[in-house]
Write a protein that binds this ligand. Structure first.
Ligand code: 1HN
Length: 370
């Protein structure tokens, strides 16, 4: 059956205003009540109509402005020194797309911040600098360019940069707008301001990164991955090897999910992260799905077509795909692969049974440009 999007048909609200009805609506309003049929078609649209719009933040333009904040505000005075990326349709929520937040955090040489924890979950994708560290629930992680790390909800965290001379910039991704939409935020400053880190750096990688799980009573039972850091080198090697042996997805190229080694599922209950490789000259077909995605160009250059508009991207650029928006990706190079890091609210969509996906079938799978 071809769906009909005609709001005048039977089964849709189609009441015509009259002076009596308008007076009636006023009476209801005075009691903080209302007639459902005046809003029914808006609150139950035929398909997702996100307020978020596709957006693209070029790193070449953002980077100088991120650096500009470094001498102007002390990191600990600011809480965190972050330039956030706000979707034009979601400014009031500080969301980059849907109910996801993202920003670029810069830390100066030798800088260190105090510890806090909150209900919101966070993830990091490092863009530049080699001195960044973070302590997550007493575990020190050192992260470099293109490394991925998580700060699950409720974990104590503090960060710094141990480089003597180079700032570092990483991208933060948080589910803050989701937590706030659900009226569930909590925030705490560490009673001693700092944690005492264990001696082993990237301890979770030693324990959980060798395809072994503690057995019996020691088994990890928290709802997030026990692995806190996912270094770039093995990630890229794994992706490249899969590209050698597998065709990949027509819509995403060769794509892999960062997983919890305990569940094989997403790293955290609210956010998932993926890494995808577009082969030399590859141009994927378009599809759309529920769920919002924020992409970061880890490597290479190319473009994505989102709802019929082309966005050209280069390394470090960030762009977003709102829920149910058509999207396809293209690698501009005939000699090098391109790699996109992304994070999304897919775990929320799946656990609430909201996941839907559709292929673009016209025009050999490619959207006409508008
Ligand atoms: C936060 O705690 C961090 O700890 C970064 O680095 C960005 C954005 C909103 C709320 C909390 C951090 C954040 C944040």
């Amino acid at each position: 059956m071809t769906p009909s999007y005609d709001d005048t048909q039977i089964g849709r609200a189609r009441v015509t205003d009259s002076p009596e009805l308008l007076a009636y609506y006023k009476e209801l309003e005075e009691l903080d009540a209302g007639a459902l049929w005046t809003v029914a078609n808006d609150i139950e649209p035929w398909y997702p109509r996100p307020r978020s719009v596709p957006a693209h933040w070029p790193y070449a333009k953002l980077r100088p402005l991120v650096h500009k904040a470094l001498p102007m505000v002390a990191a600990d005075d600011a809480g965190r020194r972050v330039v956030m990326l706000t979707n034009p349709g979601r400014r009031e929520l500080s969301a980059a797309v849907g109910l996801l937040y993202t920003g670029l955090q810069i830390m100066g040489p030798g800088e260190a911040m105090t510890a806090h924890r909150h209900q919101a979950a966070a993830l990091r994708f490092v863009l530049e600098g080699t001195g960044a560290w973070t302590i997550v629930d007493g575990q020190k992680l050192k992260v470099g360019p293109r490394d991925f790390a998580i700060t699950p909800n409720g974990t104590w965290h503090e960060h710094g940069n141990e480089s003597a001379d180079t700032p570092c910039i990483w991208q933060d991704g948080l589910d803050i707008p989701l937590v706030n939409a659900l009226d569930a935020p909590f925030y705490e400053v560490h009673p001693e301001l700092h944690q005492t880190p264990g001696e082993i750096v990237n301890s979770s990688l030693l324990t959980y990164g060798a395809h072994l799980l503690p057995y019996g009573a020691e088994r990890w039972t928290r709802p997030y991955s026990p692995l806190f850091a996912y270094p770039w080198e093995p990630t890229y090697a794994s992706l490249r090897n899969l590209a050698r042996t597998s065709e990949g997805s027509p819509y995403d190229g060769v794509i892999m999910e960062y997983i919890s080694p305990v569940t094989g599922g997403s790293v955290m209950p609210t956010m998932s992260a993926h890494i995808q490789l577009l082969r030399q000259g590859q141009h994927t077909k378009a599809h759309r799905h529920t769920g919002s995605v924020i992409y970061t160009v880890a490597k290479g250059s190319g473009h994505s077509v989102i709802d019929g508009r082309q966005y050209d991207w280069a390394e470090g650029d960030i762009f977003c795909v709102p829920s149910w928006s058509w999207h396809e990706h293209a690698n501009a190079s005939d000699s090098y692969d391109a790699v996109l890091f992304s994070f999304s609210d897919f775990p929320v969509m799946r656990s609430l049974a909201f996941h839907r996906e559709e292929a673009f079938t016209d025009n050999s799978g490619h959207q006409p440009l508008v």
